[in-house]
Design a protein around this ligand. Sequence first.
Ligand code: BG6
Length: 520
Amino acid sequence: MDLSDELVKKTICRTEPAYKRIGGCDIEPPNPCCFVIFGASGDLTKRKLIPSLYRLHKNNLLPENFFVLGTGRVEMSADKFREDMLATVKETFPNDFNHTCWKELAAKLYYSPLDYSSSESYKKSLANQLPVLEERHKTNKNRIFYLAIPPAVFEDVIVNLGNTGLSHEDGGYAHIVVEKPFGRDLESAKRLNSILKKSFQEHQVYRIDHYLAKETVQDIMMFRFANSIFEPLWNNKYIDYVQITVAETIGIEQRAGYYEETGVIRDMFPNHILQLLALTAMEPPASFDADSVRDERIKVFRSMRPFPLDRLDEYVVTGQYGSGKMNGKNVVGYREEPGVSRESTTLTFAAMKIFVDNWRWKGIPFYLRSGKRLLSRKTEIAIQFKPVPHMMFSNLLNEPIQPNTLVFRVQPDEGINLVFQAKEPGSKVCLRPVVMDFSYQGEILLDAYEWVLLDCMRGDTMLSVREDAVEQTWRFLTPVIDRLESAIKPEKFSNYAAGSSGPAEAALLIERDGRKWRSL
Ligand code: BG6
């Protein structure tokens, strides 16, 4: 059936004359700025930052007046830095590399070695050099300081930026970007916030969580608050439970050093997963501005019921992968990964049951799970509705019918689907579940990192995490992590095979409540 009469197929998009058209949308380009990377010879710069800047440039979304100043402990020339970055970009986009585009960006890349702990070095490498480059590239003193360094050196860098006056906004902006996890528990998160506060004001701080910038995650708010038909059902009267899954097939890749210190709970829960929960559970903000939205997200965190530590087994299940098969290939267990201790008790899987004790969600469990080396890569939020109040077909059917499910498919196959019952043609009482599906296939233009970088340049903090939210999520999870770490028994691991759906106890966590995990 042709729906064109009913459906006004028009994209309504905020637009201004200076906006750039990408795909079907107009995007606000950033103002002139410079991008200072701390840790420019490191893994994050290679894997994410430079490839993202390259793609932004290719999409015409970097300002003309722009440059990158890479810094790091490694002594190397700007030419060597450009050479390394070229190799990285070519490797990341083997089929999509454009030499002209790279040359334009490479002409704006510089490198200057820096001793993170020496104030002299900041003067020489940054305070003296930045104004010269700013004059050359006319970047209007707008500065972004990106910490692509291990947390152990955050303090040195932040304090020295303050001491050398570089954090000071003098005719332009000075934004500092900190990646998750922000600290490793409540105490360290508070400490990090207080160090930041000594040199920067809150509006200058971008605590980035790239999950918030995924198109499908941003769409949760649009879906909930730009449609009138779902919100009346969005509560404990109609929803039975919510499942949030972030399943990965990858192991820890080259990140043993980071992962051994972090583990799945610190890596995924206080940030990515609880942010997904907040967007699902929050109240409608009064307006679509950074603080109104962030206020609502934090109210959810404040309403999360503390875990009963004496009965933690009923609420949290953890695991570590052993060897197994992924896509027909044998893969090693976590303890055999390069750089990992053979007795490691680091967690690579966790499942939790969480309650949000407020008017809307009282009594509704949120089942969360995340793990590495699982059967498939899948990030989704599934809203499971309650069965109909009276089943008038029950005396005619032999089994109960499946209640409605709404699924936000965050990745892959980004989209939304709603499962509902429809009559099967033929017999009078014959029902089958059918799916109404919306897919973003082929439409995702910028990846999450590219959005995050654009926002830092444009001064939009909506997708960054505010100080109070960081502390609240750690306040909630720190007692659990402490309890788990103090009770952990090395002989428990490994307790799930690579390529499986996780530990058997994880199934029990939800089956005890008469429910089931969705398949991976
Ligand atoms: C990162 C975690 O923040 O997110 C990684 O540190 C994880 O361990 C990654 O693999 C997942 O991100 P994405 O976008 O691939 O789902």
